[in-house]
Ligand binder design. Structure first.
Ligand SMILES: N[C@@H](CCC(=O)N[C@@H](CS)C(=O)NCC(=O)O)C(=O)O
Length: 236
């Protein structure tokens, strides 16, 4: 089979609609207008957005609004903006809603000068895959948490929970293989990993992930000292 070369320019690929809404948000931010972030201090996806905003110098422009998201009880305040009823959801002052967390991070990155996500080439895909890995571990963790905390005991499915926990374990093993190469990198990939680990410490301490993953542990210890991480503390 012949090799195929795909040339992709993210600027050309940006749709007119996205450009105009980006221009609108950019205008708001340059005017100093606040945007609202529907928020929970326990959400690791929210934390990722806040750390990204901080690193880009945009944190003061984001007003956080407490909202309680629940997979079975719709919160009408969130659902009015985001039919998925999930946090985080960002609301511009004209009412436009932006979700989910990867899209919010892309938005903030574009507004803040684009330093946290490489614009193109292998470095871009690497960072985006790292975010997907961190978010995927979180998706498994949040589902397992809902199963244990929300689902009535008689309906719980052990194998399903074990399957989610396996994704967490294998995902953390992959992170350990990558961590030695992180050096001083501060980008969407490393931010996503750090916020994910904060949630694993919060809800899955019993996994004792540090005991078999020394490189990740050493890297997180240093990364957690960043002002952006301290200003958006891990849930506890
Ligand atoms: N892919 C979404 C996941 C967001 C998510 O699952 N958030 C949780 C809170 S940590 C939520 O809103 N759960 C409510 C629900 O599942 O309906 C993102 O990256 O923003």
């Amino acid at each position: 089979m012949a090799n195929m070369v795909v040339v992709f320019d993210s600027d050309v690929a940006t749709s007119a609609a996205k450009r105009s809404s980006l221009a609108r948000l950019s205008e708001l931010v340059s005017k100093g207008t606040n945007v609202k972030l529907l928020y929970s201090p326990n959400s690791p996806y929210v934390r990722k957005c806040l750390v990204v905003a901080s690193e880009l110098g945009l944190r003061e422009r984001i007003e956080t609004v407490d909202a309680d998201a629940n997979p079975t009880r719709r919160n009408p305040e969130i659902a009015a903006k985001n039919p998925l009823g999930k946090l985080p959801t960002l609301i511009a002052d004209d009412g436009a809603a932006i979700y989910d967390s990867p899209v919010i991070c892309e938005y903030l990155n574009a507004l803040g000068g684009g330093t946290l996500i490489p614009r193109n080439g292998p470095a871009r895909w690497k960072v985006l895959v790292e975010q997907a890995l961190a978010d995927g571990i979180l998706d498994a963790a949040v589902l397992a948490r809902y199963e244990a905390a929300l689902r009535p005991e008689s309906l719980r499915w052990k194998e399903w929970s074990a399957g989610q926990e396996d994704k967490i374990t294998l995902g953390l093993d992959e992170l350990e293989r990558r961590a030695a190469g992180f050096g001083d990198r501060v980008d969407l990939g490393t931010i996503a990993f750090a916020c994910m680990l904060g949630y694993i410490d919060f809800r899955f301490a019993h996994l004792s992930w540090r005991s078999t993953r020394p490189k990740t542990a050493a890297w997180l210890q240093k990364f957690s000292q960043r002002e952006s991480m301290i200003k958006a503390p891990a849930p506890r």
